[in-house]
Design a protein around this ligand. Structure first.
Ligand code: FMN
Length: 362
């Protein structure tokens, strides 16, 4: 990166100059019910608000005369060099309502900017279609529910298609999303109304994944899959220190701190407030992904300083996808990367491994 890049921010020919502009365009493009689907949380949305409010409470120290010129935003994560410590979070089911290309588009955007994507089992396209459309190694998210053998078979299928890690999720029961209830919105109906056919990985498997009547797994089943999985497993939704240790004992290779963007159950703490204790509970070299509430390059810096190795981007990338398809998703990543670079410089860091608790104002 050179000084030219700094000038570029003000004289760019790009359609969007800020993340705010992208979000505003997304809102214009989407119908109010799809906008609500993308943005809603559960209950009174206390957790949804806390996710961003707790980032806003964090303040930085900015050292004088730190002698920094051009920070290196890149990092090594799970065997890949990322151009900055970001991943695209799995947002499955209704992503074609944002753009027909869904996770194929976001995967291409990720590849263009040098980051990786986590493809959800509920994606509108099959895992093979998304792998072929993007041509890069990705991670695959699967819910730990249903028959152990079917989940293992699905992981084998993901491996064959080139996926390198599994993100395991647990979803105990249906969520209470009042905005969607008020709108009488269901993804299935909306997808049918938009004439989107079944491009899913495996409709049968998906039914099993989404059937909340199905008995949920305990630790024994989870451990059995982690131990026998042909791909390394990262557990998503870890918010407590004891559970972090338990996942690692069960054979996970990494953890993913998240409250699903406040979409799971209300009155969970913000994800950023849970991150330090999860980090403290596991070895320094345990990879930790973080999401829920990341909207800015400075949020990324704060999450890395509190112990994450990479952050995942959910709604932020969703806004880009809705605003301008693949180009919009790419622009979101570029702007976040650029703002992260600026943040690093102001914090006196020339590399991301210099981000730690000392960057915060006492
Ligand atoms: C529309 C939508 C669909 C989602 N679908 C999934 C999914 O299929 N699997 C999953 O693990 N997480 C899913 N999530 C949660 C995201 O992966 C991520 O945890 C969350 O968006 C992070 O919060 P943020 O968007 O506020 O940053 C979804 C999120 C949204 C907004």
């Amino acid at each position: 990166m050179t000084d030219k890049r700094i000038d570029d921010r003000y004289s760019t020919n790009e359609r969007f100059t800020t993340l705010r502009g992208i979000e505003a365009e997304a809102r214009k493009q989407l119908s109010p019910v799809v906008w609500n689907y993308l943005n809603c949380g559960t209950g009174d949305e206390v957790t949804l608000r806390a996710n961003t409010a707790d980032f806003d409470r964090l303040t930085f120290r900015t050292p004088l005369f730190a002698g920094i010129s051009n920070p290196d935003t890149s990092t090594e994560f799970l065997g890949h060099r990322l151009s900055f410590p970001a991943l695209i979070a799995p947002f499955g089911g209704g992503e074609q309502l944002l753009d027909p290309q869904g996770h194929c588009a976001t995967g291409r955007a990720a590849a263009a900017v040098g980051v990786r994507q986590i493809v959800p089992v509920a994606a509108a396209h099959s895992l093979e279609t998304i792998a072929a459309a993007t041509g890069v190694a990705q991670m695959f998210q699967i819910t730990f529910v249903g028959k152990v053998d079917s989940v293992l078979a699905m992981i084998e299928r993901a491996k064959k298609a080139g996926y390198e890690q599994i993100v395991a999720t647990y979803s105990p029961i249906r969520q209470w999303r009042e905005r969607m209830m008020e709108d009488r919105f269901t993804i299935r109906t909306a997808m049918e109304d938009a004439n989107y056919g079944p491009g899913k990985s495996d409709p049968e498997m998906l039914r099993e994944q989404l059937a909340f009547e199905h008995p949920r797994w305990g630790w024994d089943e989870a451990r059995a899959v982690i131990e026998n999985s042909p791909l390394p497993v990262i557990v998503k939704g870890v918010m407590e220190a004891e559970e972090a240790s338990r996942c690692m004992e069960a054979g996970a290779v990494g953890l993913y701190v998240s409250n699903y963007g406040g979409r799971s159950i209300d009155r969970m703490p913000s994800a950023i407030s849970a991150l330090p204790k999860v980090r403290a509970a596991v070895a320094r070299d345990t990879p930790i992904i973080f999401d829920s509430g990341v909207r800015r390059g400075s949020d990324i810096a704060a999450a890395i300083a509190l112990g994450a190795n990479a952050v995942a981007l959910g709604r932020s990338v969703g806004y880009g996808l809705a605003a301008d398809g693949e180009a919009g998703a790419r622009r979101v990543l570029e702007l976040l990367k650029s703002e992260f670079w600026t943040t690093l410089g102001h914090l006196g860091c020339s590399r991301i491994d210099q981000l730690n608790e000392a960057v915060f104002h006492a």
